[in-house]
Design a protein around this ligand. Structure first.
Ligand code: FAD
Ligand code: SF4
Ligand code: SF4
Length: 481
């Protein structure tokens, strides 16, 4: 059905159908159903085809959103897919997990009064349809090049770079210390946001395109960075950030207080069919427990919603600021509330208490918001005399992540880092302080978003190509002298 555009006045915003919360609580399936072709066309037709599309300006990939919306409304789905994939290596993944309310949709100009175009869901529809139609192809180059590149880290930054470099003809090897490809897409983000088959389907295409994966291979332990630099014409470091921030509070040493990534990884691995002893013995399983999650970001939201699905007796989330000042997506908070999570805003933990080495309760305190701090966010301050106890059998710490010590990990003190420990790069060249070593994703930005990792991976691939080409040309010039 071909639709005209600018229908936002007559066609109301409609998200794909969401499964009822009661059903969602019982499984790990994605919560939204897919759009039908007619629904996708109708929702696309709401776009007013802005001359200056703020949706595109606020998409980290600069996706050509108005064009693929128009093509979808007109039923020209193959062209819509071609346009969507021209700027985004994994549109079906971004369509699912970008915090659209803060990016493209949050800046759609028809939002005031009429609500935004449902851009993310349409992007997912276009790409899922393309997969069904067989339009999504492995990254096969037109011409092979002899040079090889090494990529450390099979998360979205590394994979986006691998895809691009392979399309340019390079021989690409991706090294990862995990046993599966995907980084946080596979072991961090839960299935109810991103079904693992979507990641595995992409991995299969990358392998079919000729990209080699060396898994269970930790660079710095199983192979040195120096070896990779000798082996490849250029190396990309896309190792993400994994050092969990700690909570220095009395009683922290008690059992049943666990870092968020341990908890989420155990859940994701169990879902993938792996035997996880710490899940089987109940340490990392929330079933039947009173669970308290500490933190207000995406990771905390994933933990509370995982605990609900594991059959927790109760799930509470503590965050020291209020709803308006939390770093996570408000859409995720809404989903969590629908699923039965209780949010204790403006509350922070003071300590943990327990019996026989196991947590039984947290001592917490109410907070109030003061003036904005240097980053422009309201600073929380304790409310005198507001302490109270919360019963808990499992506390999950989701306080954010810092980079590991990369110069030590890679045994190269010349690898320059910032004060935050992220890799220092020349932002025009994506090159680190080591010649021929590039970096992208969270290890450069600090904990960020998948869409930014993809953008960085794509940009770094271009920079690596320029570097290798320039060296090949200067080598040829020298040989000719
Ligand atoms: P990663 O995805 O972390 O991948 C890094 C890879 O490097 C890993 O596979 C790791 O094993 C490998 N590696 C590390 N060191 C070595 C080494 N020495 N040798 C070999 N391999 C190594 N973003 C969103 O946009 N939407 C969301 O909904 C969202 N939810 C999130 C939920 C959770 C729980 C978390 C933790 C993050 C979430 N994010 C989300 C953020 C997003 O996942 C990251 O920003 C993104 O994955 C960063 O990509 P990356 O490729 O830089 O790193
Ligand atoms: Fe929106 Fe993310 Fe898609 Fe960009 S990549 S259009 S921000 S959903
Ligand atoms: Fe369409 Fe909204 Fe983007 Fe304007 S801002 S082009 S209405 S999606």
């Amino acid at each position: 059905m071909a639709e005209q555009m600018l229908k936002f006045v007559s066609v109301p915003q409609r998200m794909p159908d969401k499964r009822p919360a009661d059903q969602r609580r019982r499984d790990f399936g994605e919560i939204y159903q897919a759009f039908s072709t007619d629904q996708a066309a109708q929702q696309s037709s709401r776009c007013s085809q802005c001359g200056v599309p703020f949706c595109q300006v606020h998409c980290p990939l600069g996706n050509n959103i108005p064009d693929w919306l128009k093509l979808t409304a007109e039923g020209r789905l193959e062209e819509a897919y071609e346009t969507a994939q021209a700027t985004n290596t994994f549109p079906e993944i971004c369509g699912r997990i970008c915090p659209q309310d803060r990016l493209c949709e949050g800046n759609c100009v028809i939002e005031k009064g009429f609500e935004a175009v449902t851009i993310g869901s349409i992007e997912k529809y276009i790409t899922e349809n393309a997969f069904e139609m067989g339009w999504v192809k492995p990254p096969k180059p037109r011409r092979e090049r002899k040079e090889s590149v090494g990529i450390v880290g099979a998360g979205p930054a590394g994979l986006a770079a691998a895809d691009m470099l392979r399309r340019m003809g390079y021989q690409v090897t991706v090294y990862d210390r995990y046993d599966r490809v995907g980084g946080l897409l596979i072991y961090g983000i839960p299935n109810f946001k991103l079904e693992k088959q979507a990641v595995e389907r992409r991995t299969k295409l990358l392998v079919e395109g000729g990209i080699r994966f060396e898994l269970n291979c930790e660079v710095g332990r199983d192979v040195s960075l120096a070896t990779l630099r000798d082996r490849h014409a250029a190396v990309l470091v896309a190792t993400g950030v994994y050092r969990a921030r700690e909570l220095a509070a009395p009683g922290r040493e008690l059992g049943n207080i666990v870092p968020a990534m341990d908890y989420l990884t155990a859940s994701n691995r169990t879902g993938l069919g792996d035997a996880v002893p710490a899940f089987a013995d109940g340490t990392l399983d929330a079933e039947g427990k009173r669970v308290v999650v500490i933190g207000g970001g995406d990771t905390a939201m994933d933990c509370v919603r995982t605990a609900v699905r594991q059959g927790a007796k109760s799930v509470q989330c503590l965050y020291r600021r209020d709803r308006a000042n939390m770093p996570g997506s408000l859409r995720e908070v809404k989903h969590a509330e629908e699923e039965g999570v209780e949010f204790l805003w403006l509350t922070q933990p003071l300590g943990f208490r327990g019996r026989t080495g196991k947590l039984t309760k947290l001592k917490v305190q109410r907070m109030k918001l003061g003036l904005a701090d240097a980053a422009g966010r309201a600073a929380p301050k304790p409310v005198e005399g507001s302490e109270f106890d919360l019963k808990a059998d499992l506390a999950i710490l989701a306080l954010g992540f810092d980079p590991e010590d990369l110069p030590a990990m890679f045994a190269d003190p010349d690898l320059a880092v910032t004060r935050a420990g992220t890799l220092k790069i020349d932002f025009r060249k994506f090159e680190t302080s080591l010649p021929g070593v590039f970096a992208a994703g969270d290890i450069v930005r600090g904990a960020s978003l998948v869409v930014w990792a993809i953008r960085d991976g794509r940009d770094a691939a271009q920079a690596m190509h320029r570097y290798i080409s320039a060296r090949a040309m200067s080598g040829a010039a020298l040989a000719a002298e």
